[in-house]
Design a protein. Sequence first.
Length: 465
Amino acid sequence: MDRLTSDAVVVGAGLAGFTAAVRASEQGAKVVLIEKSGGELGDGNVLMASGSLRAGGKSPKANPAELYEFVMTEGVAYPDLVRAWAATCGRAVDWLAGSGVKIVESAPGRIWLDQSGEVSLAPVYKKDVGTRALAKLKERLFKLGGRYMNGIEGQRLLLENGRVSGLMGRKGGEEIELRSGSTILATGGFSANKEMVRQYIGPHADRCKLRGSKQDTGDGLRMALEVGAKAVNLQYFYGHLLSRRALTDDRFWPYPRLDLFVDDGMLVDRNGERFVDEGRGDVAVANEVARSDDVTGAVLIFDQATWDAARDDAFSNSVKTPAPNPWLMDNDGELFHHQTIAGLAQELGLDRSRLTRTLEQYNRALESGAGTDLPIPRTSKAKPLRAPFYGLKVVPGITFTMGGVLVNGRAQALDLNEKPIPGLYAAGDTIGGLMGGYRGGYTGGLMQAVVTGILAGENVSQFKR
Ligand SMILES: Cc1cc2nc3c(=O)[nH]c(=O)nc-3n(C[C@H](O)[C@H](O)[C@H](O)COP(=O)(O)OP(=O)(O)OC[C@H]3O[C@@H](n4cnc5c(N)ncnc54)[C@H](O)[C@@H]3O)c2cc1C
């Protein structure tokens, strides 16, 4: 059996893992970053990301007090972690830039990883924004003397006298012992683990489309739970509704996103009935559908004005993602349209009179400004829907899971009494405590990864070997 000793071992080479590894190396720690895939830059979500650096829908450079308030209003976040996150967002962007990662500001507060790279739309959408960012961090890690070892899967933490002293990994058929003063779990979330998705999100949620890396199988969460860590907010995920065709056709994931149709349209189930307040936004709605009994049965109904507003040239917007119009129409994306709502119901295979009744009730309520009085309230500023109508069969896409190992403001993993487990840290999508809630509670995956990676990396020196 191989043995390796370091001050800090980082498990998982996504944005959180690379950040933690570089930041720990900057503190003088001898660092080993292990990665289970064979990828030279891991195989995480950042390799697919759009590159928007948002912090709770705001600029990461916003006042920390404002960021803190915003996140805490969801009611499920943990104050110590949110305070540290809010205080670190601004300098995290500067740190990335200082590490050689190119950052651009397209408008005041709209901060991005450099968008000038390549995009291809088929057979699977690809964008190299994250690849270039990780390449810079890897370069810096090597300059600082850190090691990157791919093809090693972290399997089980070593717990000795209540302290984590590294972990056991597997390289091919061989076991490897990685002894370390500090262990940082940065293995992403559990969106690619169907069993965990069923257990934590909803009994049928494994029927959702995975909208992120297939490597995110919840390994870090499992390992942390095994040594007594506390996990929180496991029921929430970040994701979007996608055309249901995404289940069988790679051209429909991870884009186009359908946010606009949720904001301005009506979502019905197979019976033609509304079942969720669309005004809660696309992320919250995707969560509700994933938790329902009929994950693949929902249909978005919208009108011509919304369809027209969703038109864009795939490459003209700054994010370079395909817009729904005309992508869905041109590629047979389970989209139907008709002059009448009864005709649309027929095309969709829904009950004509039920869908007509649902739409009439919905329109009447919105016309009289009484959307919130509907049996299923309709909040936010939606307008009544006018002929001709569109119907799109949808499925929730899980980008990453929001819940995970509860950490404090130093990224230390906490036990069931919310006391630090000595030697154990978590970062990025492996953590819980920052995101989730009734309105989605998305605070930005990239900022979560960089901020908690920095916090973990800065604090490992207290557990050097
Ligand atoms: C399509 C898409 C678009 C996105 N766009 C944005 C955006 O614009 N802005 C934004 O803020 N966020 C965005 N995100 C989310 C963001 O990319 C993620 O939240 C973030 O990259 C998570 O980083 P991470 O390092 O925590 O996890 P991951 O990226 O999931 O990395 C985890 C790594 O750990 C490795 N690993 C897993 N298990 C083990 C193990 N047992 N041993 C060793 N290694 C292991 C994996 O192979 C992987 O390399 C997007 C995500 C997707 C999928």
